[in-house]
Write a protein that binds this ligand. Sequence first.
Ligand SMILES: [Zn+2]
Length: 440
Amino acid sequence: MNLVQQLAQTDRTVVGRELHQFAAKLYPICRSITGNGIRQSLKMIQERIPMEILEVPSGTQVFDWIVPKEWNIKDAFIKDSTGRCVVDFKKCNLHVVNYSTPIRAKLPLSELKKRIHSIPSHPDWIPYRTSYYKEDWGFCLSQTQATSLPEGDYDVCIDSSLSDGHLSYGELYLPGKVKEEVLISCHACHPSLANDNLSGLTVATHLAELLAGKTHQYSYRFLFIPGTIGAITWLSRNREAVTRIRHGLVLTCIGDRGTFHYKQSRQESAEVDRAAAHVLKHTVASSTILPFSPYGYDERQYCSPGFDLPVGCLMRSVWGTFPEYHTSADNLDFLAPESLAESLHVCASIVDVLENNRHYLNLVPFGEPQLGRRGLYPSMGGTAPESELSARLWVLNLSDGNHSLLDIAERSDLPFGLVNATAELLLQNGLLAPVDNDRC
Ligand SMILES: [Zn+2]
């Protein structure tokens, strides 16, 4: 049974609800690129999949970067001159610029304003801001709230710490029949943001659960890492494993109601690029293929020239292009259960293509084999679905040992699942033979 068939055993509405519920559990945690927030999130993922949590000390050199100090935060607030709390970190963790250094001060409004970030075009949303690599502090408020603060002195507190500790990331390795690997990577470093961060985490976790319970050809490696520094850290510590990566996907922003976008790897026509494009064309209503660019999520690191790995990025709405991006409006309501379920289905379909993309040899290549004698050709015109007969003829014709099933699916414009099932049927009927030493 392939992954899509396995997934189809559960009603898609139920799958969507489960994915959304897991995102809702993770949502309140104040994550960052280091610290207890990401650690706690990884532990929650670990309760579902047998993942390792690795800790890399602050100060470790990783290529051109250094693992930063660990950031933790207990509380933060702004109180007005009457002692009333006007901004409370406990109500929304986006209120504090992520990675803010600790501060306790009394400031006049004019000084406080210099530390406040807001979004004038969306006056009720709170922005998400970070200052990872420059020690600084600040608050994020809705524009409505920021402009309504009366003159006066404010009591400002950020009870955070920035000290030597560790960078944490999660890694799950699922051995397959061969050592060659498929990499699935997602970032886990954003605080209460749903589409950007949690959608990838939930879909990747569920995909790992599906794969953990079955035999597969490839080995699979799932990474749950802080963006940028996490990918760089993993790459620097796993030079040998990197050489075994044959296909990879970065999952991000895959839970909103937008249409799918797939950003190609730097190689542009790697097998995973073709598999993703094919699956999207045949399984969803609308999708767009984007060429590689050296900006985006962790595909930037995997596709850096020193590695040039075949790793693409699957998204629904593209990061940075939807107004809710990096704001408090990227919340659980922005995440649609049916979108999460559909994204998981697309990921499973891509895995199925990669797993089954084999080469076969037509054993009766001189003229067409007589399919009717084998019950594979309609004895009366129009009795077999046109696509099934078409698939049989395409698979037979192109199975010369040089064309893979994905080549055949692309050229015939038939769905890979049908082409693969057809190859199985022809194999059972003695018309095809698998090519030895195929792929791996
Ligand atoms: Zn982001």
